[in-house]
Design a protein around this ligand. Structure first.
Ligand SMILES: Nc1nc2c(c(=O)[nH]1)N[C@H]1C(S)=C(S)[C@@H](COP(=O)(O)O)O[C@H]1N2
Ligand SMILES: [Mo]
Length: 297
């Protein structure tokens, strides 16, 4: 996994649509949530950035999403035929109140807010994005985890007919799956996103629901989640299963711990790939450092 950018990468035509047109479309389509529609939510002032917000066109046209393609600049287009609605999320396992949620129920019942978060991919590219969504803890609390629940397992959708990358990368253990310790999942930083840049989440960024865990490498943030399970034993994860030598369970951002094939000391900001020093826990130590003893991989 190394960053290669094709020359001439720039704002795709379709993303140049002015805001007024989105607002208009919303008026025509009523309350139907379609990609590109504007969503109102207050920004949480607790989370500030030390760098400019990445341009929207860049964050939505350079994507890691192997179900569609291993080519980050091809994902946006290939994801356009994916159908993120109707959608249900199952919350199950060791909890008193398992429940199947419709995506619209989540959007209505959860306290949706905007958060500015830095994102650090294990490949060293980075961005800063205004996400819309709600704390994962809000959802887990409603499920009432029992004493047996010690970990949380996420599973992404498996739809090879809509996800062309799944048909080619046949050696991967599909569907994509990830996990957290329960205390990590209950940390206020752990977030489930339903939108970005004030709009419904585009397919390529994980519509209709994806995790956002800014102190961990990007691969922990599973996209297009269909199930969240409270489990007793540490769950396997997709990348740890596929390439155990290179990707661990915790995957906390650590500039001092090189990946077996490259240094993690520096990151490169989309879209110009300016180099910036990477921070421990991606700069989120204030919230999460107390969860760890420093040796987790
Ligand atoms: N289901 C699924 N989720 C996924 C991935 C993936 O390939 N499949 N890639 C991960 C990686 S490596 C990163 S860096 C982020 C990228 O999110 P973005 O495209 O919104 O920037 O999604 C993560 N979630
Ligand atoms: Mo990543």
């Amino acid at each position: 996994m190394l960053i290669r950018i094709r020359p001439g990468w720039q704002m795709p035509e379709r993303l140049a649509t002015p805001e007024s047109v989105y607002l208009n479309r919303r008026a025509v389509l009523g309350a139907m949530a379609l990609p590109g529609l504007v969503v109102a939510a207050n920004r949480n002032p607790e989370f500030t950035l030390d760098r400019p917000i990445t341009p929207e066109w860049a964050a939505t046209s350079f994507n890691n999403y192997y179900e569609f393609s291993t080519d980050k600049q091809a994902v946006r287009k290939l994801a356009q035929n994916f159908k993120p609605r109707p959608w249900t999320l199952e919350v199950k396992g060791h909890c008193a109140k398992p429940r199947t949620w419709g995506i619209e129920e989540l959007e209505r019942e959860m306290p949706v807010e905007e958060r500015l978060y830095r994102h650090r991919c294990v490949e060293a590219w980075a961005m800063a994005v205004p996400w819309l969504g709600f704390p994962l803890a809000e959802l887990l609390r409603r499920a009432e985890p029992t004493a047996k629940a010690r970990f949380v397992r996420f599973v992404s959708v498996k739809r090879p007919e809509e996800m062309p990358g799944m048909q080619f990368s046949g050696n991967y253990p599909w569907p994509y799956y990830e996990g957290l310790r329960l205390d990590e999942a209950m940390n206020p930083l752990a977030f489930l996103a339903t939108g970005l840049y004030g709009k419904v989440l585009p397919n390529q960024n994980g519509a209709p629901l994806r995790a956002v865990l800014p102190w961990k490498y990007g691969f922990k943030s599973a996209k297009a989640i269909v199930s969240i399970e409270l489990v007793e034993k540490r769950p396997d994860t997709f990348w740890n299963t596929a390439v155990p030598r290179e990707y661990g369970f915790h995957a906390n951002v650590d500039p001092a711990k090189p990946h077996p094939r490259w240094s993690q000391a520096v990151e490169q900001l989309l879209p110009n790939m300016e180099r910036v020093a990477t921070q421990a826990y991606n700069g989120y130590g204030k919230w999460v450092a107390a969860l760890y003893n420093g040796s987790e991989i």
